[in-house]
Design a protein around this ligand. Structure first.
Ligand code: ABU
Length: 365
């Protein structure tokens, strides 16, 4: 690919969560299915959804909910294109096609959340070794795009293909007691991680261990990325941890949105940053959220250091963002939220205009 000044540049290039967004992958919700029942789902799912998942295991999500989410995705794509962003979409996979490996079999989940599945660090687009058996083939729908980006000059990597044997899971997992230590449902049997457990701030990457990301996975990623990057691992107050992007969301350099329930103390490396407490979510309790807490209202996508996409009905968040100096762009997304994500989860920023820099205390020391 050539720039207007004739300089060759890579189609994949993104170092942080806020540089000017040029190209993005937006997920698709077509064919979304409840995964087969498994202990790995119990730990991160909202308490009231565990029985729903067991009852509907291996069946499609209600078609009217899929259709409502599709409509919102279309609106989201329209807004992104109107803001000058190139939008790419995956080819939906058949989630009901059974597959397996020695010792287990499964069907799929969805292709709705590219943020979980793929991690972009600089020019490298990394396929994640995901811990859920229902996501073993989660990158399949994105392969045509991965091939295209590679041919145009991107690095294309993949974590070690996990075996997902029973040894990876704690079949005795139980809900942590109030105030007791958080128990994750995965072990250190092999490296696993979801990309959404990492937040990119230039040379510094913030990570959390979770019910899908283990120390082994974080260590693999750190070695893969090399000495240019530092991964900082923090623990937050999230008894059902799976993905960091409704806990700690850097909106722009020096501007951090935090979940006030999960982040009692802001990590020291953000010293000097403005810290904004996310307003309480206003999603009504009768609105089904299959795979997320209401704090999904924090799952904002920055188009640059000012423009942020935010849920249309979330007036407290819109008002707060305006008061903090941002330009919120509202988009209906509450039906999509039911599937476990919002604007950050539903996207993968493939290219942002910017370069590798250090923004955090440790990165500058
Ligand atoms: N990636 C979605 C995270 C949702 C939550 O932490 O509540």
């Amino acid at each position: 690919m050539e720039t207007s000044d004739g300089e060759a540049h890579c189609p994949v290039s993104s170092f942080n969560e806020w540089d000017l967004l040029e190209e993005v992958i937006v997920g698709v919700v077509d064919g979304a299915c409840f995964p087969p029942s498994h202990v790995s789902l119990e730990a991160p799912l909202p308490h009231d959804q565990r029985a729903v998942f067991r009852k509907n295991a291996g069946r499609p999500f209600p078609p009217e909910q899929i259709a409502a989410a599709q409509k919102e995705l279309d609106e989201f794509v329209h807004i992104l294109e109107g803001e000058g962003v190139t939008v790419r979409r995956p080819v939906p996979s058949d989630q009901l096609q059974p597959y397996g490996a020695p010792g287990w079999s499964s069907t799929g989940l969805y292709d709705a959340m590219p943020r979980d599945v793929l991690l972009v660090v600089g020019n490298d687009i990394i396929e994640c070794p995901m811990a859920w058996r229902s996501r073993y083939y989660a990158t399949t729908s994105f392969k045509p795009l991965l091939k295209e980006y590679f041919k145009k000059g991107a690095r294309w990597s993949a974590g070690p293909k996990p075996e997902l044997k029973d040894e990876l899971y704690d079949y005795n997992w139980t809900e942590p007691t109030n105030g007791g230590p958080v128990q994750f449902v995965i072990t250190e049997f092999e490296p696993t991680f979801d990309a959404a457990d990492f937040i990119r701030c230039g040379t510094d990457i913030i990570a959390q261990k979770s019910n899908v990301t283990n120390d082994f996975g974080i260590a693999w990623l750190a070695r893969h990325l090399g000495d240019t990057y530092r991964i900082h691992v923090f623990e937050f107050n999230d008894p059902h941890a799976m993905h960091i992007d409704a806990t700690l969301v850097p909106l722009a350099p020096g501007k951090l949105l935090i979940n006030p329930e999960r982040v009692p103390e802001v990590p020291r490396i953000f010293k000097g940053w403005d810290v904004f407490h996310a307003p309480k979510p206003i999603i009504p309790s009768e609105h089904t959220l299959y795979m997320t807490s209401k704090w999904i209202n924090m799952n904002i996508l920055s188009l640059d250091e000012k423009r942020v996409i935010v849920e249309h009905q979330d007036e407290p968040m819109i008002a707060a963002l305006k008061s903090w100096g941002f330009k919120p762009i509202p988009c209906n997304f509450r039906n999509f939220n039911s599937f476990g994500g919002s604007f950050h989860c539903a996207t993968l920023d493939v290219r942002r205009r910017g370069k590798l820099e250090s923004y955090l205390l440790d990165g500058m020391e």
